[in-house]
Write a protein that binds this ligand. Structure first.
Ligand SMILES: [Zn+2]
Length: 338
């Protein structure tokens, strides 16, 4: 909270998508089994994001909950996987002086009509929050909820079973509301009233279809607001990355492995960062699909100069487009024919 009071806080998320692209995780279930198979890859990814400007090292416990592990038949690995994820993130956070965050998320079994399911949801949150608290996290992120009620349950678990602040962000699908029908503004008000330190939106929507919602959220609450879009070019007609269809592939659904042609440029992420910050949104990041280059662009847009900025583009020495006097005319005069 002290860091937020002093200026924006950048939080890299979306590790699961990046690890899938790198070949360490399977699209579909999206469970980061990589934690046990290649912990060194997860550690390096955290370091890459910190180097690019993330102020936070968030433990990769997204989709490391009991329900997800049940689906892939690895429930017995639940606790070790959570503890490994927390240990890796803690090591990186303490070494890099970034904030160390725990993470809980959508359970996919929340159903307001099913009391038995609600008990299971509660148990999922309580055990994951307890492991995060044990690991000594600085705060806990609760993210990607489609149900406002589920977000409130996650917040309650954090409040009851840890002593750290909660950042609660939810996901807005095509209709732009929570599944109960609550508006984003109303949901944020409820979360603030229930004790969340930061409230907002993450995942599912790209910058273009998340930005208009932020205005309403910022007006609705007094607490700090978070925004972590996916880095994809979502549109009014297809406002979420799960609704994007690709005309080059017979109009088929692009999610999750055909999203490449919709990827935002670094410039678009930078524009989003500036626009969101101008609205008063100070907890910023990028979710599923984000690479370190996006986080660096966001950091630079907010006036930062992270370690990776040493290698930010300088076209003055490019062989054809360069302006440096050492670049030969034999190449620069060919420019228009490239
Ligand atoms: Zn995401």
């Amino acid at each position: 909270m002290k860091r937020l009071a002093a200026g924006p806080v950048i939080c890299a998320e979306g590790y699961v998508f990046e690890l899938e692209r790198r070949g360490y995780l399977q699209a579909g279930a999206f469970v980061p089994e990589v934690l046990m198979e290649h912990p060194e890859v997860v550690e390096q990814l955290h370091l890459d994001f910190v180097r690019a400007g993330s102020d936070v090292t968030e433990a990769l416990t997204y989709y490391v909950h009991r329900e997800k592990l049940r689906v892939i038949g690895r429930e017995k690995d639940l606790e070790p996987m959570n503890r490994i994820a927390l240990a890796i993130a803690k090591k990186v956070a303490r070494r890099t002086h970034t904030l160390f965050a725990g993470d809980i998320c959508n359970t996919n079994i929340y159903d307001p009509q099913d009391p038995k399911a609600l008990k299971e949801v509660e148990a999922i949150f309580v055990e994951q929050v307890s492991w995060a608290a044990d690991a000594g996290v600085d705060y806990i992120v609760a993210e990607t909820f489609s149900w406002g009620g589920e977000a409130l349950m996650a917040l309650e678990a954090i409040r009851k079973h840890s002593k750290v602040p909660a950042v609660v962000t939810f996901a807005l699908h095509r209709e732009g509301k929570l599944r109960e029908g609550w508006t984003p503004a109303e949901t944020c008000r409820r979360l603030e009233a229930a004790g969340a330190a930061v409230v907002g939106v993450n995942c599912i929507r790209g910058p273009a279809t998340m930005l208009p919602i932020l205005k309403r959220i910022r007006k609705a609450v007094k607490c700090e607001v978070a925004a972590l879009p996916v880095p994809y070019r979502t549109t009014r007609a297809e406002p979420t990355f799960q609704s994007l269809t690709d005309p080059c592939c017979g109009g088929s659904r692009a999610f999750p492995t055909g999203l490449d042609p919709f990827m935002c440029t670094r410039g678009e992420i930078a524009d989003f960062g500036r626009a969101a910050h101008a609205l008063g949104v100070r907890y910023l990041g990028v979710c599923c699909g984000a690479g370190p280059h996006h986080i660096r662009a966001l950091a630079e847009a907010l006036g930062r100069h992270p370690e990776a900025s040493r290698y930010s583009a300088d076209m003055s020495k490019h062989a054809f487009f360069g302006t440096d006097k050492r670049i030969r005319a034999v190449q620069t005069t060919f420019r228009s024919r490239l």
